[in-house]
Write a protein that binds this ligand. Structure first.
Ligand SMILES: [Ca+2]
Length: 150
């Protein structure tokens, strides 16, 4: 009986592995939205710390660095963040914060004095310089402040 259960577990594991490539293919081009913390923890006091605790991650799931100049992040209202010259490394993640700060390889700052991403429901869009939408990710309050867009 033990052996039989173990064999089933192995078979289930193989099925999961087999399903992985199909899921990865859903992200066109391999550059996609990752985790989004749309509801800054605590009260929305508009301090820069609180504004920067609201962020969107973009993950480069390719083997090459990608120049993101001209790429845009956009919400339902039309607020738009446009990347300046910035290369995201292969398999790297960049976090775009709403508030002000000093840009680094892993953190970029929108420089706003008010929130962008609605806590109740909203949708983030990743748009190429050509205007083509590369990815989008929506959420509601049921996501409890953080959405994993994979
Ligand atoms: Ca928010």
């Amino acid at each position: 009986m033990r052996i039989h259960v173990a064999a089933l577990a192995v078979a289930a594991g193989s099925l999961l592995l087999a399903a992985t490539p199909a899921q990865a293919a859903a992200h066109q081009g391999g550059l996609h939205l990752g985790k989004i913390q749309y509801d800054s923890p605590g009260s929305d006091t508009r301090t820069n710390t609180s504004l920067n605790a609201e962020w969107v991650e973009i993950h480069n799931n390719t083997r090459s660095a990608i120049q993101l100049q001209g790429y845009k992040l956009k919400d339902n209202t039309g607020y738009t963040y446009t990347f300046g010259s910035y290369r995201i490394g292969a398999y790297k993640t960049v976090r775009v914060h709403t508030g002000k700060g000093t840009n680094t390889a892993a953190h970029r700052y929108w420089g706003r004095g008010s929130y962008v991403w609605n806590n109740t429901s909203d949708k983030a869009r990743l748009i190429k310089p050509s205007g083509t939408q590369l990815d989008s990710c929506a959420w509601t309050t049921s996501n409890n402040g953080t959405k994993y867009c994979h």
